[in-house]
Design a protein around this ligand. Structure first.
Ligand code: SER
Length: 318
């Protein structure tokens, strides 16, 4: 039987849930196998096949790839920046060994394509703060950033050496309402919505003027699908593409949120995550993504806030 299915690893996570649903919308529910270590996210229940999978177990992963007729893998399982600092060894192992397992299986089984996300966390304090270019000084200070940067070069290596069509994006902080983020430094920009609506106040773990690159999830999903659909020859960056939509500070998003939550009150209590945030650029130059495969973001801060508020205030119907 010819290979015809897509495997999403880490399907219950913040990106995984929405990407799985989007892929099922395009390719059909049965064609997209969701997998995770965790229980399926409630939003995925009844929407298509699900297997329990640990990406660190290469043999089991290999068996599933063969058994399920997998032709493409989206590897989203990772430990993010803030959680990674609590257990650097585990973060390195999962982020790198998981990727190497997938790349090896892609080579052995001649998979069609692999997707693996990188992050703005590859950049460090010596990178340019504004309009940070695709190619620049890159000296990350978190284990997450180190693992993502090393992973980018593993992707590039497998592409050059073995012809694997592996593609990657350096996501900014991602804001979404369907599934929760897990352990990132940019998570405040999601928490603020939930706390504002539940309690009318939020204690932010970053300082008010901490500018960071951010993106609304619909843009991130569309970017991922557009990159994966682009002709292979157009995908000239085989490490990972810079990707950008908006930049804002906690003080600026607080002003937007207050337009929907009268008397909204924001307090600031910076913690260890401030150091991580301060090491990242404030904005990103993603012109290579524009040029190579036509990337164009849709949501700015005001449009994203309006859509978040609309969705969080309206209980889901299905
Ligand atoms: N959102 C991620 C984090 O904060 C960055 O890629 O760790």
């Amino acid at each position: 039987m010819s290979k015809d299915k897509i495997l999403v690893i880490g399907a219950s996570g913040q990106i995984g849930v929405e990407l799985t649903m989007a892929l099922r919308g395009i390719h059909g529910d049965a064609q997209v196998i969701a997998s995770d270590l965790r229980e399926p996210n409630p939003l995925l229940l009844g929407t298509g096949p699900y297997v329990s999978l640990n990406v660190m177990n290469k043999e089991m992963l290999h068996v599933q790839v063969i058994r399920q007729n997998i032709k493409q893998i989206y590897l989203l399982a990772a430990i993010l920046s803030a959680t990674g600092e609590k257990n650097p060894g585990l973060a390195w192992n999962l982020n790198i060994q998981g990727l190497l397992n997938v790349l090896e299986i892609a080579k052995e089984e001649h998979l069609d394509k692999v997707y693996w996300p990188s992050s703005i966390a590859v950049f460090g304090p010596t990178s340019p703060k504004r309009d940070c270019p695709q190619q620049t000084i890159i000296e990350p200070i978190t284990v997450y950033g180190i693992s993502k940067y090393a992973g980018e070069f593993w992707c590039n290596y497998y592409h050059n050496r073995f012809g694997i069509d592996v593609r990657s994006l350096r996501y900014p902080g991602l804001i979404s309402y369907k599934s929760e983020p897990g352990g990132g430094t940019t998570d405040y920009a999601v928490e603020i919505f939930h706390e504002a609506l539940a309690a009318g106040r939020y204690e932010c773990f970053l300082k008010p003027d901490t500018y960071l690159p951010m993106m609304y999830m619909p843009d991130a999903i569309r970017a991922t699908l557009e990159l994966m659909e682009a002709p292979a020859a157009a995908v000239r960056v085989r490490t990972s593409y810079n990707l950008s939509a908006m930049s804002f500070s906690p003080a600026e998003i607080a002003v937007e949120v207050a337009k929907y939550v009268p008397h909204f009150n924001m307090h600031y209590k910076p913690d260890y995550r401030q150091l991580i945030a301060d090491s990242w650029p404030q904005s990103i130059d993603d012109s290579a993504a524009h040029t190579d495969w036509g990337w164009k973001p849709e949501y700015d801060l005001a449009a994203m806030t309006a859509d978040m508020m609309r969705n969080l205030q309206t209980p889901p119907t299905s």
